[in-house]
Ligand binder design. Structure first.
Ligand SMILES: [Zn+2]
Length: 348
């Protein structure tokens, strides 16, 4: 018998002006000494506002996350040791969120996630993506945020490219869930059904509202936030990134490993990877590609800064990066087969 044990965020606020709720969230946590981990750009834009909101209710301290490696985590831990806060908030895009989440986890403090962009599904999840000493990406399981505050007036001001990338990461749950179900069937992997249903629901929220997302209206941004919350919860329930990360993520990791230094975003790579994975699974890859196109996300490997030959190399390498069973582990494509799949799925 497998067991299901998980923790979820206890306080979630998704609304225009949600930043104003920070004092309320800190009161629930019983905390008056907050460490904010952010970056200089975000702090320049929002620092005054956050300080104003917290005036009278909490004493904020600020630490800047200058990289996404362990040294940045070490810097935040040193500030925690010196200043003794009772909670850590990550305010910004992926980097401050991940650094703050991991430092809070290691120090046993509650973490408050305050994303300023929704470019991937990490803002409500228990997973952190960091770089190790060699600069290789590492993905670690922590505890989920104690609270998630998504201020829609802040995240909707982020560049459309970031929103489209976030949509790519969520639309890719079509294939991450298909990979998980394949692993259940073929290698008997145990994954809580609730986790798979949540990840599927995150996908459906976007897939059934592509019109709003294509306009990037306020409604579209709110739906993206809700889908991201569900994806984060799916990972918390599964106890791993399994429901939200399959062959399409392996393709993205392989691109990063083989061809670093391009400027394509996580969700952009994962979206294109999902089109190929959907083709290999026999799912509606054309519908997925059209959804990506409509939200403004890339649909070709050229837009990711690689050639067909390079993308085929990445697709061939992908299943060797991780043992977690996916359609790529089942098929073990040769370079030529990978190139054919990329062409037939219309991404090259
Ligand atoms: Zn992702």
């Amino acid at each position: 018998m497998s067991t299901v044990r998980f923790r979820l965020p206890s306080h979630v606020v998704v609304e225009e002006g949600a930043l104003d709720r920070l004092p309320e969230v800190l009161e629930v946590l019983g905390c008056r000494k907050l460490l904010l981990v952010t970056d200089e750009n975000v702090w320049r834009l929002l620092g005054g506002r956050v300080e104003g909101v917290l005036r009278g209710s909490a004493e904020p301290m600020v630490s800047f996350a200058r990289g996404s490696g362990y040294p940045s985590v070490g810097t935040v831990r040193a500030v925690i040791a010196e200043r003794d806060p009772c909670a850590v908030a990550g305010l910004g895009g992926g980097r401050p969120i991940d650094v703050a989440k991991y430092a809070a986890h290691l120090e046993g403090l509650p973490f408050v996630s305050v994303p300023t962009a929704l470019s991937h599904d990490g803002f409500a999840s228990p997973i952190v993506a960091l770089k190790d000493e060699q600069g290789n990406p590492v993905s670690l399981f922590t505890k989920p945020p104690a609270a998630v505050i998504v201020d829609l007036s802040v995240v909707s001001r982020a560049p459309h490219r970031l929103l489209a990338s976030g949509a790519g990461d969520i639309l890719a749950k079509l294939t991450s869930v298909a990979d998980a179900r394949l692993a259940q069937r073929e290698v008997g992997e145990r994954i809580p059904e609730a986790a798979l249903e949540m990840a599927e629901a995150a996908y459906r929220i976007l897939a059934s509202h592509i019109g709003e997302l294509a306009r990037w209206s306020g409604e579209g941004v709110r739906l993206l936030a809700e889908a991201g919350l569900l994806a984060g919860m799916a990972m918390a329930v599964a106890g791993s990134s399994r429901p939200c990360s399959g062959s399409e993520h392996l393709f993205s990791h392989a691109l990063d490993k083989l061809f670093p230094g391009r400027d394509s975003l996580h969700g952009e790579q994962v979206g294109v990877g999902a089109v190929v994975a959907a083709y290999l699974h026999g799912l509606d890859w054309e519908g997925l590609r059209e959804s990506l196109r409509r939200v403004g996300a890339p649909t070709t490997v050229t837009e990711l800064g690689v050639t067909l030959e390079q993308a085929a190399q990445a697709l061939e390498l992908a299943p060797k990066l991780r043992e977690r069973y996916t359609i790529l582990h089942k098929l073990r494509l040769s370079r030529e087969e990978a190139a054919r799949a990329l062409r037939e799925a219309g991404v090259a």
